[in-house]
Design a protein around this ligand. Sequence first.
Ligand code: NDP
Length: 295
Amino acid sequence: ETSAIVIDGKAIAKQIRDEITEEVSKMKNAIGVTPGLAVILVGDRKDSATYVRNKKKACESVGINSFEVRLPEDCTEQEVLKFISDFNDDPSVHGILVQLPLPSHMNEQNILNAVSIEKDVDGFHPLNIGRLAMRGREPLFVPCTPKGCIELLHRYGINIKGKKAVVIGRSNIVGMPAALLLQREDATISIVHSRTKNPEEYIREADIIISAVGQPNMVRGNWIKPGAVIIDVGINPVEDTKSPRGYRLVGDVCYEEACKVASAITPVPGGVGPMTIAMLLSNTLISAKRIHNFQ
Ligand code: NDP
């Protein structure tokens, strides 16, 4: 019986953070500029507050400045737009991130469109996504989670060119940009979503599977082509009476089954999760370098 290589996102993310720490320090020494990331958090969702705290800590750990704005749930869209506009003009800020989801009374599109494309480190500006989709065009930033997925494939030496890839999920933040990225890397892609009939038919064909659905253990072992590589983005809580929290986190792919069929697989947690924040730091550094024309 074979057993898949476990793709260690935590270790790769650490390696990337070390590389960033070194480059940030080089930049400081050479031109006296410290990259800066501004994070805007609206409302008091616990999960969002945790993400923002982790992003701030990650910035500190590599020497990137972080600026945080917290606004109450009932603030107006105009107030958020004003902070974005100030950060757009602030030379010490190289990246601006609006933590999603926003309260329902706000228009997410208006707000994301207001972030300067030069500072759109989340890569969600329609201009960045449009360029990602077009041949011969370069986005200024690539969305962090899909970028992290591709980075894992690269760092494990997994060949993408000419491979059949399936992306499960088509969200603006993960599935769709992941598919565009795989296509840019010369894979031939299928995109499976909630209206796909018999998703397993597409998944069985794939050499590379990126799953971003949000359904625990949806992809079964017998849906997987022997030797396929699996990047599992899903983070799903399932009840677990043995855990002190009463739940544990699992991916979209049934891990135990997949390990016996796949050639490599990301665990949940410890796979894609740590890569997302590492890519945010990387995008902030890229932005500071571009703005200050520093190689
Ligand atoms: P969304 O809910 O925005 O998108 C889910 C996608 O999956 C949709 O395109 C939906 O189809 C599709 N889908 C839902 N059910 C099925 C099904 N039964 N079969 C096939 N496709 C289905 O989620 P996100 O993209 O934001 O996130 C996906 C998962 O990734 C979540 O578990 C989330 O927690 C995790 N995540 C992890 C991150 C990380 O850092 N590791 C970052 C971001 C997300 P349709 O379009 O038709 O509705």
